[in-house]
Design a protein around this ligand. Structure first.
Ligand code: 6R9
Length: 673
């Protein structure tokens, strides 16, 4: 199995004081390389020719992809209009309907009987939708939303679990030109309300609830709570019945999906929307407290998601079964569940629940049942499976798997090798293990940006490696100069790309400040990276105050403000501490108010729950440490670096710039008590 492992010359740049020392240590010792098998390369859908084509004329390359992968109701005049940077326009003058491209045209092309979605519910119920059936559902939903007064340009908030109605809702919005704004079902009522308000949503689509670890888990109560206070823009709430639990009902406002969508006419004609018509808003954490509404538009987004889905996963839509495990509440669930697989006419699996329900082999049972051939998941999941042991996947037939994808955070070489051997080689029973594609991208980039091509690139455990054809990624130093191979710096994008964010909803200045002001004429991604001796890119994590917990972005500032909104908390500092399973874990240091009583574990639990309520369960700190003081510089900046040392159990680094150098000592003593 290791006959294709070749020596490479990967060496790392000197470690910088960026808290990524461990990651760099790993990279220093990584020298394996896995070339594609001859058979895989021979059958690959995309070869190295795409790099050459794109290098010759980048906009022309993308124009060609746009015309090949999509059906335009009106052809575009110009590939790229970059006359007003950083505001890009792609495929100007063109008209395209996302839902028509994801659905109707496949039915018109005789593929109506192909399965679009195999849905697997957590309790074990399942249903499959053919392209013809899914098209009909989306047409009904489009009619229903229109009947509720939703028109082109209106915003629709979506607060749904991983059920087919989520995809149906997104595509129905796209069909009529309404702009969806999905709020992850794990977010709190407060988070939902602030997103509804920011986007001024007219309609909310939700469900009574879902299932989590065998138990009903409610959603509707959070919508009710979010809308309890007057002053919002929501006119209707459409509710999918999923778990059948009793729900509170607001007459006139609330409508069952069954009564509105299921009964709506099944005929609906899709019209083309301008290529730059807004498709969706998706909120993501930034360095300041307020989440940013990332805006994506239609033509460029569809082109790049479809192209990358085809090229990076080597998609053969007539035979492959694709499964992206991401929730539709995140960008990965937008691009590689709701849009690209359907635009490409693929068959995909959608799973509602957790990987350990009712047993720890659930995912592998699903792979076996549907003969999943392309699996796309996150390193945090892989590390969880590693913990559970390889005996569990070994009980299932995983031989259908031929491509494995990773996304959301750096994948450590150990997890990469486990993924390859245990999942990609079916526990060592396959001669040619499935290639792993580690894909780097962001909510803001809309689609994959850096990834190997499985039939072309010799992959390296832990590196996302190469910018995709048509993508101008670079690593630069403090001054914005490209670093030589073997050195580290900041990840940037030098040229506009089709699926780039078009802005932050309602805040063009923040868009410029956040992404375009750090370096002249370059998009700053907020990630540290290095180029190895081969020029391959290794991602080193965020350089700003954004944490990455299980592949989800959380802002330190946001969690700190949630903590200080609790009456007992005077001050709070939050850090992301390295965690074996989740990549990073939230660790909070709090100073209690003078009059607050420290009830030990009860106080800690209360503060954790408070964050859960303010932001959502995913933001709950793993540890809350009550301390007498926080380390601050003379100018009053909290030195999170030192707290991170404490949280990760390291010797505390240089504390000489603290206003009171004994503080770290005091903290250590208080934690020993
Ligand atoms: C798609 C998605 C984006 C941030 C990004 C980076 C991290 C994503 C990665 C990766 C290393 C990869 N990230 N993929 N780091 N290797 N393959 O995750 O979007 O939720 O916006 O997060 O995630 O730090 O800046 P999003």
């Amino acid at each position: 199995m290791s006959q294709d492992a070749k020596e490479s010359t990967a060496t790392a740049a000197p470690a910088t004081d960026d808290g990524n020392g461990d990651a760099l240590e790993n990279l220093l010792h990584e020298n394996r390389k896995f070339a594609p098998s001859a058979e895989f390369a021979a059958n690959a859908i995309v070869d190295a020719g795409d790099y050459a084509d794109a290098a010759q004329d980048r906009p022309a390359f993308w124009a060609n992809q746009a015309r090949t992968l999509l059906s335009w109701s009106k052809d575009f005049d110009q590939a790229l209009d970059w006359s007003n940077p950083p505001f890009a326009k792609w495929f100007t003058g063109g008209e395209v309907n996302a839902a028509y491209n994801a659905l109707d045209r496949h039915v018109e092309n005789g593929l109506g009987d192909r399965v679009a979605i195999h849905f697997e519910g957590e309790p074990g119920d399942s249903r499959s939708y053919t392209y013809a059936e899914l098209t009909e559902e989306v047409k009904k939903a489009a009619n229903a939303f229109e009947a509720l007064g939703v028109t082109k340009g209106d915003r629709v908030a979506v607060y749904l679990p991983m059920i087919p109605e989520a995809v149906i809702t997104l595509l129905a919005c796209a069909r009529i030109g309404a702009v969806h704004s999905v709020v992850f079902g794990g977010f709190s009522a407060d988070a939902l309300r602030s997103r509804i308000d920011d986007a001024e949503a007219k309609l909310v689509v939700t469900a009574d609830g879902t299932y989590r670890r065998g138990k009903p888990s409610p959603l509707k109560p959070a919508v009710d709570e979010a809308l309890a206070k007057e002053g919002h823009t929501v006119e209707n709430v459409v509710v999918v019945k999923r778990n059948g639990e009793p729900v509170n009902w607001v007459e006139g406002r609330d409508k069952w999906w069954a009564d509105t969508v299921d009964t709506a006419p099944a005929e609906h004609t899709a019209v083309g929307h301008d290529s730059e018509h807004p498709l969706f808003i998706l909120y993501t954490s930034g360095t300041t407290g307020k989440p940013k509404g990332i805006l994506h538009t239609t033509g460029g987004y569809l082109t790049q998601t479809a192209y990358t889905h085809k090229a990076v996963f080597d998609l053969h839509p007539e035979t492959d079964v694709f499964w992206c495990t991401a929730d539709v509440g995140w960008i990965t669930g937008h691009s590689y569940v709701a849009y690209a697989p359907l635009v490409n006419g693929a068959t995909q699996v959608m799973y509602e629940g957790t990987p350990d329900s009712p047993h720890q082999g659930r995912w592998w049972e699903i792979v076996e049942k549907y003969k999943v051939s392309i699996l796309y998941t996150a390193p945090t999941a892989i590390r969880t499976f590693m913990k559970w042991g390889k005996d569990i996947p070994a009980k299932y037939d995983l031989s259908s798997i031929r491509v494995l994808g990773s996304v959301g955070e750096p994948i450590n070489p150990e997890a990469w090798m486990w993924y390859r051997d245990v999942i990609g080689a079916n526990g060592g029973t396959k001669d040619n293990p499935a290639p792993i594609v580690d894909t780097w991208w962001q909510t803001e980039t809309g689609a994959q940006m850096i990834a190997p091509l499985p039939g072309v690139t010799a992959t390296k455990p832990g590196s996302a490696q190469v910018p995709l054809p048509g993508i101008a990624v670079d690593v630069v130093d403090e001054l914005g100069e490209s670093v030589p191979d073997g050195h580290g710096g900041y990840l940037v994008v030098r040229e506009p790309w089709p699926s780039m964010l078009r802005g932050i909803w309602g805040d063009p200045e923040r868009f410029k400040d956040t992404y375009w002001s750090r370096f002249e004429a370059m998009y700053f991604a907020g990630d540290g990276a290095k180029k190895d001796e081969d020029g391959d890119i290794w991602l080193l994590g965020r350089v700003d105050d954004v944490m990455n917990v299980s592949g989800h972005r959380l802002s330190t500032t946001e969690i700190e403000s949630a903590l200080v909104s609790h009456p007992s908390v005077a001050e709070a500092a939050v850090v992301g501490a390295a965690d074996e399973t989740t990549g990073q874990a939230v660790v909070a240091f709090v100073i209690l108010r003078g009059d607050a009583v420290n009830n030990g574990e009860a106080t800690v639990q209360e503060l954790r729950n408070h964050v859960g309520k303010e932001i959502g369960p995913i933001a709950k700190p793993k540890h809350v440490l009550v301390v007498p003081e926080l380390p601050k510089t003379r100018s009053g900046k909290i030195m999170r670096r030192l707290l991170k040392d404490v949280a990760e159990g390291r010797e505390v680094g240089d504390a000489t710039t603290l206003s009171d150098p004994t503080i770290m000592q005091q903290i250590a003593e208080s934690l020993r008590k």
